[in-house]
Design a protein around this ligand. Structure first.
Ligand code: ADP
Ligand code: MG
Length: 378
């Protein structure tokens, strides 16, 4: 049987090319809300949330997604619902990608990496890939599997190897079968989950430490973990298939917009993160189902070029949009939701947090004036 070409698969399974979108709302954090205004966004059901309408506080805006994870959602629930179902495909030579999108402080790193007590998508996914391979072995599968990882960062449109930090900006290439590759990128074989843990954690901690020193670098760069599963057919060793899984902690989406408060148009802002901006165009193009891959602007940025064979087409892609409930984040949340939403609806109904309904004309003022005893300006 001839090797499957990316183009053919894309045609055959066009309906799968849409990116699945989940939204996760992190818990309300007192210290993120110096005015003590409470939450401006809340969940309604497993697909829907509402946010107060800043144009008219007597209305809320309701948004629908493929999945909505509210502030009580556990790391395990997010993994089971949004990530685990796509993992078996990478053992069959298919590609997949999982992104965490959203403003800085909304929970992207918590979702992807988590903390030792509450591990996130990355450790859970890698553990699951090892489990899947182990189970294949038990089923007397006809293939031998090997797992490896690469870890890189895209910062200022430079591709940097995080497993070999002295490296220069690496080139992105495409082979004749339309696979995307980075010659020179470190590719470390992994023998077990604990092997992964031992190799990845120091690298990810290095990045965090360096980031703090470099002032916000982590919120301006995309951290990309690549897990590669290569399988070789035992009876015919020349038959080799590679499946790739990209796990991406994206740059903060607030880099993209100076719009909200200052009204500067996206295009006019000189400091936008080109890769993040292009990613939103690519996801848009994929979800509106354009005709084939021709119009999807993968080549306009490093991130989308790198992910071209693992985002859309025959690949399985999930974007987890992280949002924060505090008013401080309102415009970042609003922008992120408008990008992520499958549908939006304006609902004539006040966003009631208290038992007393404030007349609409007073809502704006009452938000600006802290209640007596509140923490107003000193
Ligand atoms: P980002 O990576 O998007 O900038 P972080 O993941 O660093 O955001 O999250 C910001 C803060 O909120 C961190 O202190 C993190 O521990 C906390 N946090 C985020 N999401 C959750 C959650 N679902 N549950 C509890 N704490 C969370
Ligand atoms: Mg982060």
């Amino acid at each position: 049987m001839a090797a499957q070409r990316v183009g053919e698969v894309a045609k055959a399974t066009k309906q799968t090319s849409r990116v699945r979108v989940a939204v996760r709302l992190r818990p309300y954090m007192e210290k993120q809300d110096d005015k003590g205004e409470g939450a401006c966004v809340r969940g309604l059901d497993s697909q829907t949330l509402e946010i107060i309408n800043w144009r008219n506080a007597t209305e809320t805006l309701q948004y629908q997604f493929d999945a909505f994870h509210d502030e009580r959602a556990t790391q395990q629930e997010v993994f089971l619902s949004s990530v685990k179902p796509i993992l078996p495909h990478i053992l069959n030579g298919q590609n997949a990608s999982v992104f965490a999108y959203g403003p800085t402080g909304a929970g992207k790193t918590h979702t992807m990496l988590g903390v030792p007590e509450l591990p996130g998508v990355i450790p859970r996914a890698v553990r699951e890939v090892f489990n899947l391979v182990k189970n294949k072995g038990k089923q007397e599968d006809a293939w031998d599997y090997s797992i490896s990882m690469s870890y890189l960062e895209i910062y200022n449109e430079k591709v940097l190897d995080l497993l070999c930090p002295s490296a220069q900006d690496l080139p992105i290439r495409e082979d004749k079968d339309r696979n995307i590759l980075i010659p020179g990128l470190t590719n470390t074989p992994l023998t077990s989950f604990s092997d992964f843990h031992a190799q990845f954690l120091p690298a990810s901690l290095n990045r965090t430490t360096a980031s703090t020193k470099l002032n916000q670098r982590s919120s301006r760069s995309h951290a990309i973990l690549l897990i590669k599963v290569v399988r070789t057919q035992r009876a015919a060793q020349q038959r080799v298939q590679t499946g790739k899984l990209y796990l991406v902690d994206l740059a903060g989406s607030e880099d993209n917009r100076r719009t909200g408060n200052k009204g500067i148009r996206l295009k006019e802002s000189g400091a936008i993160n080109l890769s993040l901006f292009t990613l939103s165009k690519v996801v848009d193009a994929l979800s509106t189902g354009g005709s084939g891959t021709a119009r999807v602007p993968y080549r306009d940025s490093k991130l989308t070029r790198l992910l071209q064979d693992s985002l859309g087409g025959s690949a399985h892609s999930v974007m987890i949009t992280n949002i924060a409930p505090e008013y401080t984040y309102y415009f970042d949340t609003y922008t992120a939701l408008n990008f992520a939403a499958k549908s939006k609806q304006v609902v004539n109904k006040p966003f009631v947090r208290e038992t007393v309904t404030v007349p609409s004309t007073q809502v704006k003022r009452s938000r600006e004036e802290p209640e007596a005893g509140g923490s107003g300006e000193p």
